[in-house]
Design a protein around this ligand. Structure first.
Ligand code: COA
Length: 152
C-alpha cells in the first residue's frame, strides 16, 4: 500500500465526518470544518490516503501561530487503527511544524485516552499540566508539550 498525505478538500468532508463520528464524543460537523478551512488563517488540515484506492484512512488538524503550534485533531478510521498510521501522520506534521520554525507544539488529550497519550509520548510529547473539567462531559485533559528547539 502506498500512503500519501495531502491537504484536505471540501469534497473530502463526508468521509472526514464519518471518521470523526466514530472517533470523538463531541464531534465536529461539516460546517465546523468548512468554517475552519475557510476562516481560520492559522489552521491546516491533512488527510492520509491510500494512493491506489484514494481512500481516506485518517486526518489531522493543526494550528501554526507564529512560534507556537497546536495539534487540534487526529483520527484514524477504526478499521485502520493499530498499523502505525497515526505515528506516520504525526511525524509528518511535526516535520512541517519544525520547518515553519516553531518553538513548541501543544495539544490537549482526555486523561482516559491511553492510546493517544502513548502515541504522543512515543513522539516526544510530555504531560505538563492537567486542565480540570476541560471537556463538556466534565473529563479532565492533559496538556502535552513537545519542544522543538532542543532538537536542533
Ligand atoms: C489515537 C489514534 C489516532 C491512534 O492511531 P493508530 O494509527 O491506531 O496508532 P498507531 O498504530 O500509529 O500507534 C501509535 C502508538 O499509539 C499507541 N497505541 C496504539 N494502539 C494502542 C493500543 N491499542 N493500546 C495502547 N497503546 C496503543 C502506541 O504507543 C503506538 O506506538 P507503538 O506501536 O510503537 O507502541 C486512534 O486510536 C484514533 O483515531 N483514536 C480516536 C481519535 C482520538 O482519540 N484522537 C486523539 C485525540 S487527542
Amino acid at each position: 500500500m502506498t500512503i500519501q498525505i495531502l491537504s484536505l478538500r471540501k469534497k473530502d468532508l463526508d468521509k472526514i465526518i464519518e471518521i470523526e463520528n466514530e472517533s470523538f464524543v463531541n464531534s465536529w460537523t461539516i460546517n465546523d470544518y468548512i468554517n475552519e478551512m475557510t476562516h481560520n488563517p492559522f489552521a491546516y488540515y491533512l488527510k492520509l490516503i491510500d494512493k491506489d484506492s484514494q481512500e481516506i484512512m485518517g486526518f489531522v488538524g493543526f494550528y501554526i501561530m507564529f512560534e507556537h503550534a497546536e495539534i487540534s485533531k487526529i483520527a484514524i478510521a477504526k478499521k485502520y487503527r493499530g498499523y502505525k498510521l497515526s505515528k506516520l501522520l504525526l511525524t509528518d506534521v511535526i516535520k512541517r511544524i519544525s520547518l515553519a520554525n516553531c518553538e513548541n507544539i501543544t495539544l490537549e488529550v482526555r486523561v482516559s485516552n491511553i492510546v493517544a497519550i502513548n502515541l504522543y509520548q512515543k513522539l516526544g510529547f510530555e504531560i505538563i499540566n492537567t486542565r480540570k473539567k476541560y471537556y463538556p462531559d466534565g473529563e479532565d485533559a492533559y496538556l502535552m508539550n513537545k519542544n522543538l528547539r532542543e532538537e536542533d
